[in-house]
Design a protein around this ligand. Structure first.
Ligand SMILES: NC(=O)c1ccc[n+]([C@@H]2O[C@H](COP(=O)([O-])OP(=O)(O)OC[C@H]3O[C@@H](n4cnc5c(N)ncnc54)[C@H](O)[C@@H]3O)[C@@H](O)[C@H]2O)c1
Length: 267
């Protein structure tokens, strides 16, 4: 039976003090998560395929008086993922939270994607998510619970971007992976959810042309892209006691983009 939390104080519900928080991807979203959780007193551990990305981010955090550790692994390598997650669990004694942000995209017309393009995107976004969830879930099962958040995308809910077919397919798969893991892990007090964001101003998309950006700003209810920090509220909810009764959900953080289609908004 799941423990019941009847806490009503915000500071207790959202207490991340000493929570071992594993963040895959030291990119734009990973950086915002690392800074946010470190500021809440969590013990932040980064995992990325590029050592330089981790070192650069940790240097920035250290300049701000914050700390994080890092490990290197390619999330497409199941054996490496299993080994590194076990190493982290051994070093810290547990893994309370997984924020899985590592992901990639490639942009071409549907008819032009090569087998290599498709494999590259699916391997990282789809297989990588499965491998990370499996490895961390095994640790969380042993310790009696935990919280997993996999970053999906509005592109996994609807086809809203040109030239992103394998990416959108991979994110739809992430949303389904989350539901299946949530179902099976629920008896172990492990919550598994996804955040599905609209465009976020990070290195993944910043290279897009101004024309592309203007078109996507015009479509967004916010009139702009998200800042990476704007995902933190959803992440805090889904990884804290405040989210104990939430699992298997795809939480769109998109300013209403996926739900609201209005021709004209009265301002
Ligand atoms: N930026 C957006 O507009 C947007 C919108 C919706 C969803 N997302 C999703 O948010 C997540 C974070 O994206 P971001 O914008 O921070 O991207 P980013 O490119 O800034 O960061 C991605 C990070 O993942 C790491 N990574 C890539 N392949 C890896 C691998 N094989 N093993 C380990 N690490 C690997 C990269 O090194 C990088 O540090 C992704 O899952 C992305 O699909 C992004």
């Amino acid at each position: 039976m799941k423990p019941i939390v009847k806490e009503t104080r915000v500071d207790k519900l959202f207490d991340f003090t000493d929570k071992v928080t594993l963040i895959t991807g030291a990119g734009g979203v990973g950086e915002a998560f690392a800074r946010g959780y470190a500021k809440q007193g969590a013990r932040v551990v980064l995992l990325d395929v590029f050592e330089k990305s981790c070192l650069n981010l940790i240097a920035k955090l250290n300049d701000e008086g914050l700390e994080a550790d890092f490990f290197i692994a390619d999330v497409t390598d199941k054996a490496a993922v299993d080994a590194v997650v076990r190493e982290i669990a051994d070093k810290y004694g547990r893994i309370d939270i997984l924020l899985h942000t590592a992901g990639v995209t490639r942009n071409k017309r549907c008819t032009e994607f090569t087998a290599d393009d498709i494999e590259f995107v699916l391997d990282i976004n789809l297989n990588g998510t499965i491998y990370m969830n499996q490895a961390v879930a095994n640790v969380m099962k042993e310790q009696g619970g935990g919280k997993i958040v996999d970053i999906g995308s509005i592109g996994g809910l609807m086809s809203h971007m040109d030239c992103s077919m394998p990416y959108e397919a991979s994110k739809a798969a992430v949303h389904q992976i989350v539901k299946t893991f949530a179902n099976e892990l629920s008896p172990y007090n492990i919550n598994v959810n996804s955040i599905a964001p609209y465009f976020i101003r990070t290195p993944m998309v910043e290279h897009q042309s101004q024309e592309y950006k203007d078109a996507s700003y015009a479509l967004a209810s916010l009139g702009r892209w998200l800042e990476p920090e704007e995902l933190l509220g959803a992440a805090y909810l889904l990884t804290s006691d405040a989210g104990n009764a939430i699992t298997g959900q795809i939480l769109a953080v998109d300013g209403g983009y996926s739900a609201i289609k209005s021709m004209y908004v009265m301002r």
